[in-house]
Structure formats: C-alpha cells, structure tokens
Design a protein around this ligand. Structure first.
Ligand SMILES: Cc1ncc(COP(=O)(O)O)c(C=O)c1O
Length: 439
C-alpha cells in the first residue's frame, strides 16, 4: 500500500485513543472530535463532510433588519409568545407563494430553530391520545429528533424507506399504522441524510393515511426549496415545494431558517399548523395541560414553558427575508444553489473512484444534487469505511446513526467542502481506489 495522505501512525494512534469500537455508529460530534485531533496533530486539512452546518453568509436583508430592530430598542421587550405580526404575515404569504398552501398568519409560530419546533411538536403529538403513544419516523432521518424523544421519555418507532418507495409505501404505512398506537408520522423532505425527495404520489399516500387514521404529519422542511431539479424560486408560480399539505389537513410544517436561508446562528424556525388542526380540541390535552385546543396548547403551554418565545431581532430578520422572497427581490433558492453544484462534482469524484451512491433514485428519477449525498465502497461496512477514509483525510458519518438499514453507507455533507479542495478530494479518492482495488 502506498503512503497514505495523512500520516498513518498518527491516525492509528488517535483512532486507538478514541476508544470507539465502531466508527459507523459514532455520533457526528465524536467524528468531529477525532478529525480535529488528527488535523491538529498533522497540520493537514481534511475534506470534512461529517457535519451539516451551513457554509454561506446570512442574507444581508435579514442582517440589516435585525440591526434596525435592535437600534429601535426591541432588545428590551419580551416578544409575544406566538411571534411578531410581520413575521407571521410574511410566513403565511411565503407558504402561499412557494407551496401554494393557505395557512392563516395566526397559525404560523416562530420557534428557537426547528430543533425547538420539533421538540414542542413531538411533545404535543405524544400527548393527544392515551392509547396512541408512539410516533413513526419515516427514516433515514435527523438523529437528534430521536434523541429528543428519548429525553422526553416518549415513544417512537421507525422504518427505512429505502425498500418502500412509490406505491409500496402505502402497504408499509398501513401495516404499521393500523396497529392503532401511532399518533404521528415524521420525515424531512428533501431528506437529511439521503436527499431523497418524496414524489407527489408518496406525499399523497402519506396524506391519505393521515386522513384515514387521523394521524398528524410533522413535515420537516429544513431544506425548503432545495430540490434543485425544479425551479422552486418564483413566488406565486409553479412548480411549488412539494408537501403533504396538498393532501391532508392533519399537518404541522417545520420551516427552519438555518439551511435554506443560511440563518442557523439566529436559531429561528417556523412551525406552521393547518388552520383546522390548530383549532382542534383533544380531551387528553385538557387533562394533561389544562387546555383542549391543539394550537393554544402549543403556544401557551409548550413554547411558553420552553423559551417564552423567540429572539426578538431574529424575528424581524426572518420577516424581512420572507418579505423580500415574497416580493421577488431576494432569490433564496439561488443563494443556496451552490450546494447542489458542489454535490454534483463530489458525487462524480466518488463514483469515478469505485464508490457507489446508496440512496440514488427517487423512483425512476436521478436524485437531486443538494446538501447531502450518500456513498458506500463495495465490500466495506460503514465503520470500516469511515476508518479507512480517515487515513485519506476524508470524514463522514455512518448512515446507521440516521435510522438507515444501509449498514454500508455514509452520509456526506457538502456545505463545508470548499470547491478549492476538489482537486485534493479527487487525488485522495483516486489513491483510496488504488489502495483498495475492487475485484
Ligand atoms: C432535517 C432537519 N430538521 C431540523 C434541523 C434543525 O434545524 P434548526 O437549525 O432550525 O434547529 C436540521 C438541521 O440540521 C435538519 O437537518
């Protein structure tokens, strides 16, 4: 074997010291810790694909609005629990313009990132029915959400959608949901980590099941508008961001500002509850929280006790971003298109060097290029692959940690890979392929 791009002994020592038995099940932060140590010890930069953090500047229109709001003195005022009016109004318009769905401003509620939106929504759906105590994740998914369930002590179950795309999804969902214990269905679309995007047929199936079994769909749109195969950037014009809201009224949408709007630091997302679901009353909520209405409970019990609302200036920032998007003066999709361009090149580099894409199709269509993609190397399990790649200065996380059954797969995130590193990535992938020849 030729000399590895990163010093072999240093990598081996640090990996041994880490005491992690199987890197395929290591958390993102564990991988980050190991890579930081290797980079520090060797002075050589990795191609870092492990962490899903945005790599772009926040939109100026948001920054400016925040500065002005801070100067006006909003920093000393508690914001209303359910958000400032301009943000609620612009969110409602945004949903109409970019999804073709109508939700009243009152039902659009800011949360401290979709992380808090999810936490509150998961707590809500877990307390609607005594007998329906389990949430259903359509995986792969964003692993921290399962940690949230564990922290709360609420139940969830999951399945990997890999073998259940298209019409097969209906039977799979029916089989799980008809047991009578499921209160909600959760997924992200586009999907973290696989970047699959559900088709209209699949979203209709999910909506039909939600209607038939009176289940709430929690649709996580953290990567809103980022299916770059279609131009989703024009306000009020099709095509629109695909959504289950076209097929059921039993939904809560989570729109994070972090990735699609490069606003992660401001910790702001919107939970948008369908008008009819917001008003629904549940006797179990009354018993548990003292109020029966779903929307009221979400705002006045859950958001109130979790954080008492959301950073005041950040709300003005996002309101300005949505307003500019609604008026067509800020093309938010174009701002993040660079992720898709990077993914296309990186996928080519890996596949030309023996790697395979794990989740590679939306039924009959090539997967979109976006924030993440998934890879494997024939004959290797994910832990082994992560370990070997460390010697080549490439880092990623195992798909098993995301609820995937593809034990050979890794999630690669493009956001922190600078295009200037592509020649280096190509050289390292080539050497890896040479050192691990395929039969
Ligand atoms: C699918 C998904 N949901 C939610 C989040 C969290 O979003 P936020 O930064 O708004 O808390 C992320 C962030 O990586 C994500 O990938």
């Amino acid at each position: 074997m030729s000399k590895t791009p990163i010093d072999f002994d240093t990598v081996s020592t640090i990996l041994n010291q880490s005491n992690i038995q199987d890197l395929g099940t290591a958390t993102i932060r564990e991988i980050v810790g190991i890579v930081n140590k290797i980079e520090e010890a060797t002075g050589t930069q990795f191609i870092r694909m492990e962490m899903g953090v945005p790599g772009l500047k926040p939109p100026q229109v948001g920054v400016q609005a925040e500065i002005e709001a801070l100067k006006r003195g909003v920093g000393s005022d508690y914001p209303m629990l359910d958000g400032i009016k301009p943000l609620k109004d612009e969110t409602s318009k945004f949903i109409k313009n970019f999804m073709n769905i109508e939700i009243s401003p009152v039902n659009c509620i800011p949360t401290v990132g979709s992380m808090q939106g999810g936490y509150a929504a998961f707590m809500l759906v877990s307390n609607l029915h005594k007998e329906r105590d389990t949430a259903l994740f359509i995986d792969p998914g964003f692993s921290v959400q399962k940690t949230q369930f564990k922290v709360m002590g609420h139940k969830y179950t999951n399945f990997d959608v890999y073998n259940y795309r298209g019409s097969k999804l209906r039977n799979k969902l029916e089989a799980l949901v008809s047991k009578g214990n499921i209160n909600s269905i959760i997924y992200s679309n586009p999907n973290n980590p696989s970047w699959i995007c559900f088709t209209e047929e699949e979203l209709k199936i999910i909506g039909d099941i939600a209607n038939k079994y009176d289940i709430i769909v929690l649709e996580d749109l953290a990567y809103f508008g980022m299916d770059f195969r279609r131009d989703l950037s024009k306000p009020g014009q099709p095509p629109y961001q695909a959504t289950v809201a076209s097929y059921t009224n039993n939904y809560m949408l989570m729109i994070s500002s972090s990735k699609a709007f490069s606003y992660a630091g401001q910790r702001l997302g919107m939970v948008c509850i369908s008008d009819s679901l917001y008003c629904r009353e549940y006797s179990q909520l009354k018993e548990r929280f003292g109020v029966a209405q779903l929307g009221y409970t979400f705002v006045q019990r859950l958001i109130y006790t979790l954080s008492s609302g959301v950073c005041h200036t950040a709300q003005y920032g996002l309101a300005a971003i949505f307003k500019a998007a609604n008026e067509g003066t800020f093309d938010f999709v174009n701002e993040v298109r660079t992720y898709g361009e990077r993914a296309s090149i990186m996928k080519r580099i890996f596949t030309e060097n023996g790697f395979k894409l794990v989740y590679d199709k939306d039924i009959d269509q090539e997967l979109a290029d976006g924030f993440y993609f998934t890879i494997s190397y024939p004959g290797m399990q994910s832990g082994e692959l992560i370990k070997h790649l460390m010697y080549y200065g490439i880092s990623a996380i195992g798909l098993i940690t995301c609820g995937s059954e593809r034990t050979e797969g890794l999630r690669a995130c493009v956001s922190h890979v600078n295009p200037l590193q592509f020649p280096e990535l190509e050289a390292r992938a080539k050497q890896f392929h040479h050192d691990f020849p395929l039969a």
